[in-house]
Design a protein around this ligand. Structure first.
Ligand SMILES: Nc1ncnc2c1ncn2[C@@H]1O[C@H](COP(=O)(O)OP(=O)(O)OP(=O)(O)O)[C@@H](O)[C@H]1O
Ligand SMILES: [Mg+2]
Length: 307
């Protein structure tokens, strides 16, 4: 079941087609990543989806309701951490949270309990009575997440939630996003960081120059590019490179310092064939390492192909 449906969504700023005829849906209970380089159109899409920026064309439906026709009930059930979000610097961490809770109409007792629970979860409880102008960037970002969770949202929207944070804050945030997701929260996040997308997301849409160029699971995105699968091998003596290259699973063999870098069509079959090749030619394999394609390489390749 999908909870978000984006249809033919476009945003033009004069000549700039920041978002251009974008279509995708987000399933209930998934972490959906919107991945792309700087200026790709992530934030523009995000702002249209969260009811902040009016689309030029197309529509966004959340639980079948059009975000732009009926924004208030939707804003009640989503949590939102925009790209340039800010906490109130003259209020304490606790006050920031209870204020947001009041704005959402959370009953007083629940409001305080929820704020305390979130502060504990995000490891800010000890600093709850400090004014947030004294918070570090990572602490502020954690507090922004707490603020977005004060209305107990069904869907959480995060624009670059981990960019530029200290290791500890990034770790806490990633861990809690996984936990909230396991407990049923659907998450839509944008990122330009491959590793974040790979670690957190069930599915990833890759956006470049306002268009989606690919949409799949991280695993399938990697599989798409089998040609990046490499085997690094060396034998105990010289081999006949031409004969070696004739193996059906091998695409290309390159001589490297003390062995060969082999680009293959299919890793498992290649390993079997290489072992046979070694046996037949009375060779000993000194080293054999497989190299999985890094998502970064896949990403660049998809973008090259899509533009
Ligand atoms: N308010 C605006 N007015 C004019 N152009 C804009 C506006 N907002 C965004 N753009 C342009 O739209 C394009 C997409 O920008 P957007 O902020 O959506 O990218 P992004 O993928 O979020 O990038 P980043 O990774 O840097 O956050 C860019 O070319 C940007 O300059
Ligand atoms: Mg952005």
């Amino acid at each position: 079941m999908n909870v978000i449906k984006v249809e033919n969504l476009s945003k033009y700023f004069g000549e700039v087609h920041a978002v251009d005829e974008v279509n995708f849906s987000v399933n209930k209970g998934e972490i959906f990543g919107f991945l792309g380089p700087n200026g790709a159109g992530k934030t523009t899409t995000f702002r249209m989806m969260t009811g902040v920026l009016k689309p030029t064309n197309g529509q966004i439906k959340i639980f079948e309701k059009n975000v732009w026709k009926d924004p208030i009930p939707i804003k009640q059930i989503i949590g939102n951490v925009p790209e340039m979000a800010n906490v109130y610097p003259d209020l304490t961490g606790m006050q920031n949270l209870t204020l947001i809770g009041e704005l959402y109409g959370v009953p007083k007792k629940i409001n305080k309990e929820r704020a305390e629970k979130l502060l504990k979860q995000f490891e800010l409880f000890e600093k709850r009575n400090f004014k947030t102008r004294k918070y570090s960037k990572g602490m502020k970002q954690r507090l922004l997440l707490c603020m977005a969770l004060m209305n107990d949202p069904i869907i959480l929207f995060l624009d670059e939630p981990i960019v530029g944070l200290d290791v500890q804050s990034a770790k806490i945030i990633k861990q809690l996003l996984k936990e909230y997701n396991q407990n049923g929260t659907t998450i839509f996040l944008t990122t330009h960081d491959m590793e974040v997308a790979n670690e957190l997301c069930d599915r990833i849409a890759i956006i470049n120059k306002g268009k989606i160029v690919s949409l799949d699971t991280p695993e399938n995105l990697k599989k798409l590019f089998q040609e990046f699968q490499e085997i690094d091998i060396s034998f105990n003596q010289d081999i006949n490179k031409e004969e070696f290259e004739k193996l059906s699973s091998i695409k290309k063999v390159q001589k490297v310092k003390d062995g060969f870098s082999v680009i293959v069509y299919e890793v498992n079959l290649a390993i079997i064939q290489i072992t046979d090749f070694a046996k037949t030619n009375k060779l000993e394999i000194k080293r054999l390492n497989t190299h999985q394609p890094r998502l970064e390489e896949v990403f660049l390749k998809i973008i090259e192909r899509g533009s």
